[in-house]
Design a protein around this ligand. Sequence first.
Ligand code: PLP
Length: 383
Amino acid sequence: MTSPIYLDYNATAPLRPEAAMAVSAALAAGGNPSSVHQAGRRARASLESARDIIAHAVGADAPSLTFTSGATEAINMALASMVGAGARRLLVSAVEHDGVREAAAAHETAGVAVETIPVDARGVVDVAWLDARLNDWDAQDGPPAIAVMAANNETGVLQPVADIGARVRDAGGLFLVDGVQALGRVDVDLGVWCADYMALSGHKVGGPAGVGVLACSERAPVTRILHGGGQERGRRGGTHNVAGATGFAAAVRAAERDRGQGEALAALRDGLEKKLRAARADVVVFGADAPRLANTSCIGLAGFSGELQVMALDLDGVAVSAGAACSSGKVRPSHVLEAMGVGEALVGCAIRISLGWATTPEDVDACVDAWLRAADRAQPLAA
Ligand code: PLP
């Protein structure tokens, strides 16, 4: 990481030392898990051990896990599988990551309808709306197909996925949970959540980028989207990324070990919000009234654009994100905040500060000081 103070864990977490060691050991060992000779068998054993570790962490059966290039691919597989199972209407929460929103929208050209599940002002999915929709389901739309994330990447707001999953299952539907931001931070369990598909990503938990997992329930049909060799029990073609998988598993293990740090992280995050609010009553904390991840704070200040906040903090050596980071580096108004009903004056004026395994109290203090300096320059408080 180039920035001395890195508070952008929800974009990508710094590689954990355990993951770096596992990646480097796997790269040095080499071997293709599909080969039958010793080197291949060793690579296969590493891959399957990684699968076991990740499956255990998310309450899934190891054979139900498919290694992918990341959560985006896992989400694309899940949605394709839902459509493959006959779903003609996808219900997607308003605060989903673009991985879900765009992958769902791509099916519209094939005549699949996509509907948005609203959230309330806290950012929590409107379960009553979903209930009404499920009760009124038109059989011509195939099985209900629902996607709701476990934890939001911008606000950290947690969704009642177990409750939603039970309702979807009662309605005979298929349920996709994007578990990317939840993994390693809160309990994640495919069975408890009644999830049929769960997408996970290595780099959000301190593993390498470019590796992810799709975990499936026993009843979930899976449609292959990457055709090729018969890897992953025929579900995904392509030579395995053994180093990625073992690095991912090592990070998951380390994150599980560190789960006890959750309270300390929450104290750091709460302290940060308290200091900002004490210094400036005009600071808004989005999602503050909802259950949230302990590491995430999404704050706003009217009149001080998120982009400028990020730039000012960067100049002071503090890395955070504005809105949802996207590949082009451009910042769009956040669809998450828009869905929460945040008005025009604030929607482009938000940043996300996200802490993680290497964050220290000094990092947080430096961020608070830098932000307050920048805010006072941009929006001086009336004397
Ligand atoms: N879902 C959420 C909630 C995310 O935060 C991200 C990453 O930004 C993704 C999905 C996509 O993950 P990946 O980078 O592994 O494709």
